[in-house]
Ligand binder design. Structure first.
Ligand code: NAD
Length: 237
């Protein structure tokens, strides 16, 4: 039977910085029509998120700042529009966001890292940690390096990595270190250090395209869904 082509999806992009622009560039090739783009000047205090502008929008992708994201989520939810949240630095408010999502009946996918390779890295890290769990001579640690413009530290990805491996390693506290320098798109390492040697598992993002690719994948997936989903849920086996 011939396969049906994927229908074109109308997309709103909130936040037109480095990530918003990467998504705008890739979206047409992935079957999206970008109908609306808002940045801080057109959306100060959430003022750009109106019913009129969102009339024909199927799904919205949000990559802004930790200060702006909660207000944007609240407003997009009130408009009944499904949403992908890429902004990091707000996960301490996850319960509040869950309530907003449940109350409004929309679907939301969020992630500290939308790269598909990073999702596989998290799973590999859990397995490697299981291997080291019974060898206490190895001390676990996480390092992350990002460009000097990144506002939050440690990165959401480093915190997620710790959240995934800490339970496996029990009371051996996983130290986390952050470096902000230059233009690095993102490097995350899980290391195990002993007196004799070091073992490192590393994820290196080559650019922003991997994040944009994953965010658009999540945007297509979330159309017609209800509830709050972590991007990792889409890869659970
Ligand atoms: P950026 O600084 O280049 O862009 C942020 C943009 O948001 C700016 O253009 C700013 O003007 C705009 N903005 C601020 N307040 C706004 C508002 N109220 N409404 C609309 N736009 C507003 O940053 P970036 O590199 O694009 O990253 C954005 C966020 O995404 C950061 O939190 C970053 O850590 C995160 N990030 C997440 C992933 C992931 O995979 N989840 C990947 C890369 C970056």
């Amino acid at each position: 039977m011939p396969t049906q082509p994927n229908p074109t999806i109308s997309l709103a992009i909130v936040g037109h910085g480095k990530m918003g622009q990467a998504i705008e560039q890739l979206a047409p090739a992935r079957g999206f029509e970008v109908g609306l783009i808002l940045d801080v000047d057109s959306n100060s205090g959430g003022a750009g998120l109106t019913a009129e502008r969102f009339r024909d929008v199927d799904v919205c992708i949000e990559f802004t700042t930790p200060d702006a994201v909660l207000g944007n989520v609240r407003r997009v939810a009130a408009l009944g529009c499904n949403l992908v949240v890429g902004t990091t630095g707000w996960f301490q408010h996850l319960n509040e966001v869950r309530e907003i999502v449940d109350r409004s009946g929309i679907g939301v996918v969020y992630a500290p890292n939308f790269s598909i390779g990073a999702q596989l890295f998290f799973r590999a890290a859990e397995q490697v940690s299981r291997v080291f769990a019974s060898f206490p001579t190895y001390e676990p640690y996480i390092t992350e390096t990002h460009h000097r413009f990144k506002k939050d530290a440690p990165s959401g990805t480093a915190l997620e990595l710790k959240r995934r491996v800490q339970p496996v390693l029990g009371d051996r506290e996983v130290a986390v270190g952050s470096i902000r320098a230059g233009y690095v798109p993102g490097i995350h390492e899980l290391g195990f250090d002993s007196e004799a040697d070091t073992v490192i598992l590393r994820h290196t993002a080559r650019g922003r395209q991997g994040f944009a690719e994953g965010a658009l994948y999540a945007a297509r997936w979330v159309v017609g869904k209800k509830g709050l989903f972590a991007f990792a849920d889409l890869f659970a086996t």
